[in-house]
Design a protein around this ligand. Structure first.
Ligand SMILES: [Zn+2]
Length: 437
C-alpha cells in the first residue's frame, strides 16, 4: 500500500522558498517496514529522499514527507535497548542538572520521550518528570516503568494544557526527535510555551557536518526530515523566542551536537562555543549548496568502487551477505544499488528475524547463520555499530570471512588487517570527542 505523502516547497526552519536541490539521491522504501512472508508479493513503493538546501538560512532538509502515522506506527527503536545510549542519556541528565543548577523538585519534560530513558536520568536527580511521545506501545512501557507520559504529538494546545496542570518546566528536552517533525515552528513555539523564565531547552541532533564529512548515508531516511547545523538552528530558535547558549559536539550516531537554549534575554551567558561553531561552519562552507553537492560526487565514486569489487566477488563465486537490519540498511542498499547482490542479511532483532528488507526483499536470518553459511563477504549495513560487529565476530574473520564497510570509504576487513582498521575507526571517534568543548 502506498503511504500518504506530500512534498513541501519551503524551508522547514525559515519558510523561505529560496531553496534548491543540493543532493539528488535514489528513491528509497520506508526503511523500517521489514516485510512478513505474506507481504512479499505486494508492490513496494519507493519515495524520493533528495536533500534540499535553503539559500536563506542554510538549512539542509528533505522535502518529501511521509504521513507520520504510517512512518511511526511500528517503530521498534528503544533508547533503553543499548547500554551505551542509556549511559549517554543519564550522563546528559546529570551534567545538565549540575551545570545549570536545576532545583531537584523542578519539572523536566521530554518531547519524543521514547521509553523514558532520558527522564529516568532526571528522575535520579530528584526531578519531577513528564514524557510526551506519540508511539503508543513504547510510551506505555515508559508509564509502566514509572515515567508519566502523554501519548501524543506536542502541540501548542497540549503545551498549554501541560503548563496548566504541572506548571512551567525548568528543563525541556528533545533528543534526536528534532529532525522528525515537519512542523518545527509549531514545535519550537510549544517548547517556548513550556519553559519557565529561567528554564532551559536541551536538544540533541545529528550534525550535518558529520553527515557530510563521514558520508553518513544511514541518516538519510524519511524519519530524518532535517539535517541540522548550528547556524540555521540559532536563527530558528531566535525567531521562536529562544537563544542558543551552548553547543557541544559528540560522536553519538556518527556525530551529533547537543544544544542548550533559554528564553530570549534569559539569565545565562551565551558561551563562546556558539559563535565558534557558527564561524567554523561558515568558513568550511556548510551554509552553501556547493559544499553539500560534494556529497553526491563522493557517493558516486564510492558506488563505482563498490560495484567493481562486487563484480570481482561474483566472478570468484563468493557469497555476499549484509549485517544489520536497521533503518539504515535499505537506504544504503538503495544508494549503492547492491541490494540484488546480497544473498541474505543477519540480525537478531526479534522484529526483524525471518522478515524481508523493504525494497530489495532480502531475507533476514539470525546472526548464527553467518557461521553456518560463511559468506565470504559481509557488508556492514548497520554502519554505526561497525566496531562492535567486528569485535563480536572475530570467529567469522578467523574462518576466512571479510567484513566490508562502504562509507565513508570502502574497506575490506579480514583477519590480517582488522586491528589496524579498528584503530582507524576508533581514531575517528576520538577526533570527534576532542572536538567537544
Ligand atoms: Zn531556511
Amino acid at each position: 500500500m502506498k503511504a500518504k505523502n506530500y512534498k513541501r516547497t519551503t524551508c522547514r526552519l525559515c519558510e523561505s522558498d529560496n531553496v534548491e536541490l543540493a543532493v539528488p539521491l535514489e528513491p528509497i522504501p520506508l526503511t523500517e517496514k521489514y516485510l512478513m512472508e505474506d507481504q512479499l508479493n505486494e508492490e513496494c513503493h519507493l519515495y524520493a529522499i533528495d536533500l534540499y538546501m535553503c539559500r536563506e538560512c542554510g538549512h539542509v532538509q528533505i522535502f518529501d514527507c511521509i504521513d507520520p502515522n504510517v512512518l511511526w506506527d511500528d517503530f521498534t527503536f528503544r533508547s533503553g535497548q543499548a547500554q551505551v545510549i542509556v549511559d549517554h542519556l543519564h550522563d546528559v541528565a546529570e551534567k545538565t542538572f549540575q551545570k545549570y543548577k536545576i532545583k531537584s523538585s523542578a519539572l523536566a519534560v521530554d518531547v519524543g520521550s521514547n521509553d523514558g530513558t532520558l527522564l529516568q536520568g532526571f528522575k535520579k536527580q530528584g526531578m519531577n518528570v513528564l514524557g510526551v511521545d506519540p508511539a503508543e506501545t513504547i510510551a506505555k512501557e515508559a508509564i509502566e516503568a514509572g515515567v508519566p507520559t502523554i501519548i501524543d504529538f506536542l502541540t501548542l494546545d497540549l503545551a498549554k494544557d501541560i503548563v496548566q496542570k504541572n506548571g512551567k518546566a525548568n528543563v525541556v528536552c528533545c533528543f534526536n526527535a528534532f529532525a522528525h517533525s515537519d512542523q518545527l515552528n509549531d514545535l519550537a513555539r510549544s517548547i517556548e510555551g513550556l519553559l519557565a523564565p529561567d528554564g532551559i531547552f536541551v536538544f540533541e541532533v545529528q550534525y550535518l557536518v558529520d553527515i557530510i564529512d563521514g558520508l553518513v548515508l544511514g541518516a538519510v531516511i524519511h524519519e530524518h526530515l532535517s539535517h541540522h547545523s548550528v547556524k540555521p538552528m540559532q536563527q530558528f530558535l531566535e525567531r521562536n523566542g529562544m537563544e542558543l547558549i551552548s553547543v557541544e559536539r559528540n560522536h553519538f550516531q556518527g556525530g551529533s551536537f547537543i544544544g542548550v537554549a533559554q528564553l530570549k534575554g534569559g539569565p545565562r551567558e551565551i558561551e563562546k562555543n556558539v559563535p565558534e561553531y557558527i564561524n567554523y561552519e561558515v568558513q568550511r562552507g556548510f551554509d552553501q549548496p556547493e559544499l553539500i553537492r560534494k556529497f553526491s560526487d563522493r557517493l558516486i565514486s564510492l558506488r563505482e568502487e563498490m560495484a567493481d569489487l562486487i563484480k570481482k566477488w561474483h566472478e570468484e563465486g563468493a557469497t555476499i551477505a549484509g549485517y544489520g537490519a536497521a533503518r539504515s540498511g535499505p537506504t544504503l542498499t538503495a544508494q549503492f544499488k547492491f541490494g540484488k547482490d546480497i544473498s541474505f542479511i543477519v540480525d537478531d532483532h526479534p522484529q526483524k528475524v525471518n522478515r524481508y528488507s523493504p525494497g530489495d526483499k532480502i531475507k533476514v536470518l539470525p546472526t548464527k547463520e553467518l557461521y553456518s553459511r560463511m559468506p565470504k563477504y559481509t557488508i556492514i549495513l548497520a554502519w554505526v555499530h561497525a566496531k562492535k560487529i567486528i569485535i563480536d565476530n572475530m570467529e567469522y574473520l578467523k574462518n576466512g570471512g571479510h567484513f566490508v564497510l562502504c562509507c565513508p570509504e570502502v574497506k575490506v576487513i579480514d583477519i590480517q588487517n582488522w586491528e589496524e582498521e579498528l584503530k582507524e575507526l576508533s581514531a575517528k571517534e576520538e577526533i570527534l570527542c576532542l572536538a567537544k568543548n
